[in-house]
Design a binder for this molecule. Structure first.
Ligand SMILES: [Zn+2]
Length: 166
């Protein structure tokens, strides 16, 4: 009897010792399990996200609050280095060559923008994306059709003309 209660008291300590002694083995097993059940694990993660929307959101928000400085620094670094590259690539793609406005031909990259050819983008499901996010989205999605490079002037003029027609 005394032996049994002793065992119970030491169970968590025993488990911990066991874990320490077999750490690599346990980790490898977890890894192997993931490899063998990738779909299942991913599906479960997805389901977890659906079932715990609020928790996940709170956790993400908390993560952001705890790492605000780091995240901001990362974003800044991205804006400085990656974003101009992305912007150039996207503008070049939709100019069919060097970035330039397809209407007036201006090549100043600072005044160029991406225009959603059919309308002002409201009908497009990504129509709410603007600026940096739009550049990123277009690149990630392998440059979908329906966009063109315009300068702000021509883009604005097109917008005004469309409003006049309507
Ligand atoms: Zn133009």
């Amino acid at each position: 009897m005394a032996d049994n209660s002793l065992k119970t008291a030491n169970t968590s300590e025993y488990k911990h010792q066991y874990y320490l002694a077999h750490k690599e083995h346990i980790k490898a097993r977890g890894r192997q399990y993931y490899l063998d059940n990738k779909e299942k694990v991913r599906e479960r993660g997805h389901q977890y996200g659906l079932d715990h929307k609020e928790q996940v959101r709170t956790r993400n928000r908390q993560y952001y609050l705890d790492h605000t400085e780091v995240i901001k620094a990362q974003n800044k670094a991205y804006s400085k280095i990656r974003l101009p590259q992305t912007k150039y690539e996207v503008l070049a793609h939709y100019s069919h060559g060097e970035p330039r406005c397809l209407h007036c031909g201006i090549t100043d990259i600072d005044v160029l923008t991406i225009d959603h050819i059919n309308g002002n983008g409201k009908t497009h499901r990504k129509g709410s994306l603007t600026g940096d996010n739009l550049y990123r989205w277009l690149r990630i999605n392998s440059f979908p059709d329906g966009y063109q490079t315009l300068c702000f002037n021509c883009n604005f003029k097109k917008y005004i003309q469309e409003r006049k027609i309507k």
